[in-house]
Design a protein around this ligand. Sequence first.
Ligand SMILES: Cc1cc2nc3c(=O)[nH]c(=O)nc-3n(C[C@H](O)[C@H](O)[C@H](O)COP(=O)(O)O)c2cc1C
Length: 222
Amino acid sequence: MKILAIHGSPHTTRSTTRKLATFVLEGAAGAGAEIEMIDLCDFRITPCTACEGCSFNGICVYEDDVPAILERMKEADGIVFASPVYIDNISGQMKIFFDRLADAIHYQVLAGKCGCSVATTHTSGGAEVVAYQDHVLNYLGVISVGGIHVATGGNAEAVEAAERDARALGKKLADALRNGLSDPKQEEEITGNREFFRTIVIENRDFRTEEYERWVRLGWIG
Ligand SMILES: Cc1cc2nc3c(=O)[nH]c(=O)nc-3n(C[C@H](O)[C@H](O)[C@H](O)COP(=O)(O)O)c2cc1C
């Protein structure tokens, strides 16, 4: 069982959010998961220019590191999104990465995985950023087991007080991957989204045949 954390703070290894996400991963490792972390700032990620090139063949017109990151996400069973709060939202680095996942969302290539969300902030916005990252997990077809956010008040050591809760979240994720997780509300949202994406998959079946056939095989197209 593999869990991959995607971390979006430009502080990279000095990041408070990374520290909190590390506790989550360690909790998962203690429950038997193989863990890894990606620092988005170490990768070349070009902002989406809305050219719609990817909608024709699933390949972005820009050659960068996003396809390699997406492969690592596909190989993982669990996905953790971790971002600091920047002006009441995720970091710009995280948003640029999320925008590049539009095709993966439309074709639901990560569906069936579980995940969770992590955020740190000085004062406010932590709950909103956790909720937004959970929302993106659901867009991807991934069920979230929950989230954790810490307001440090400027003292990075404050995340240590949340270590126990963060480790418990990681264990919960590993347990969900091992035993399965039922969450009717999220399942309803994911199924509703899939209804919408289904029209895209059907419309594009002549040039996205492989993806169309995958949806038929999965019973998502009758
Ligand atoms: C550009 C920028 C915007 C920020 N916006 C907010 C904000 O809206 N609300 C808040 O409480 N803290 C805000 N902060 C503080 C960070 O959320 C906080 O320091 C966070 O723990 C940093 O995590 P990191 O070390 O992982 O980058 C901001 C910091 C930066 C650099």
